[in-house]
Design a protein around this ligand. Structure first.
Ligand code: C5P
Length: 304
């Protein structure tokens, strides 16, 4: 077996994101419809005789220290759980902006787990990988799901993988300012005051298999706090809607906005307008299946 593997780590958007009850831990239980998109990071993972994890990050560099990077933490957790004495070196090529509501760090962590499991000849079962995934972060299990379109509850550990919807164009736009997750939860709690806690939705699976039905259900509870802090997010939303977006919304707790458009929609004028106002834009598409695996990898792993 080769001692090197390359793994793609796609970003996600949330077609809906609802914040439900606050648990005793202080964390909130969420309800979210996830879809993966073509914007992706890339990891190259190689076995080394030295123990431990060496990580080099290039591109959209995460400014945090390496040992707090989720790839590093995923690597260390994997080697420990699988009781592997050897080490690995990981090169992470970042394209997904960090801390932008696009799940980049979580996808990188999931790609690390998948890549390492392949490289060391599958020492961990899918339940073991999922257990490591949820400890690493709320969005990580989605990136191990069998399909790139799934409904998730709790902290993302309860997932229902769905048949992907037909491909659409996705415009992702980032304002260049961050919306810290903790602040988003805090402000949302203040805005809600003593209102009753929203309940999980009752929906049929059929409703999730049709873009126009999904568009009718699209909402993100974090828009109010995010739009309050970064008012130009609301302008981007209306420009996207004016250009014919079926959905135009904040992703995650922000601050990226995304628009879902028909495959033939002409997006160049919208992109020019956003870029001239200082937005960074990525013209992407939703995924109907996960990116092609490297030869021989069991991808996506089946979550049962
Ligand atoms: O997951 P992360 O550590 O980035 O979350 C930052 C803060 O957001 C947490 O400390 C918590 O206050 C809040 N949070 C929450 N419920 C979640 C996720 C995060 O209340 N499901």
């Amino acid at each position: 077996m080769s001692g090197v593997v390359e793994v793609h780590a796609p970003a996600k958007i949330n077609l809906w994101l609802r914040v439900l009850a606050r648990e005793e831990s202080g964390y909130h239980t969420l309800e979210s419809l996830f879809a993966a998109v073509s914007l992706a990071d890339q990891l190259t993972i190689a076995r080394t005789p030295r123990s431990g994890v060496e990580l080099v990050v290039r591109g959209e560099v995460d400014t945090g220290p390496v040992d707090r990077n989720l790839v590093y933490r995923a690597g260390v957790a994997f080697l420990e759980r699988a009781a592997i004495g050897e080490g690995v070196s990981i090169e992470l090529e970042k394209r997904i902006p960090s801390a932008a509501g696009l799940g980049g760090g979580s996808s990188d962590a999931a790609a690390t787990l998948r890549g390492l499991n392949h490289l060391f000849d599958e020492p961990l079962s899918q339940p073991d990988l999922l257990d490591l995934a949820i400890r690493l972060g709320s969005d990580v299990p989605f990136f191990l799901a069998p399909t790139p379109y799934a409904l998730g509850w709790g902290r993302g550990e309860r997932l229902l993988a769905l048949n992907p919807l037909p491909e659409r164009q996705v415009l992702i736009a980032h304002p260049g300012e961050a919306m810290p997750t903790g602040d988003a939860f805090r402000r949302l709690a203040e805005l809600r005051g003593s209102e009753p806690v929203p309940r999980a939705r009752v929906i049929t699976l059929d409703q999730l298999q049709d873009w126009s039905e999904v568009a009718g259900l699209a909402e993100n509870d974090f828009e109010e706090p995010a739009f309050e802090r970064i008012p130009r997010l609301a302008a981007a939303k209306s420009w996207m809607m004016d250009t014919g977006a079926a959905i135009a919304m904040l992703s995650g707790s922000g601050a990226s906005m995304f628009g879902i458009f028909n495959p033939a929609a002409e997006l160049a004028p919208l992109v020019s307008r956003l870029e001239s106002e200082g937005w960074r834009c990525w013209r992407e598409r939703t995924l109907e299946h996960w990116p092609s695996p490297p030869a021989g990898i069991d991808f996506p792993p089946q979550v049962r």
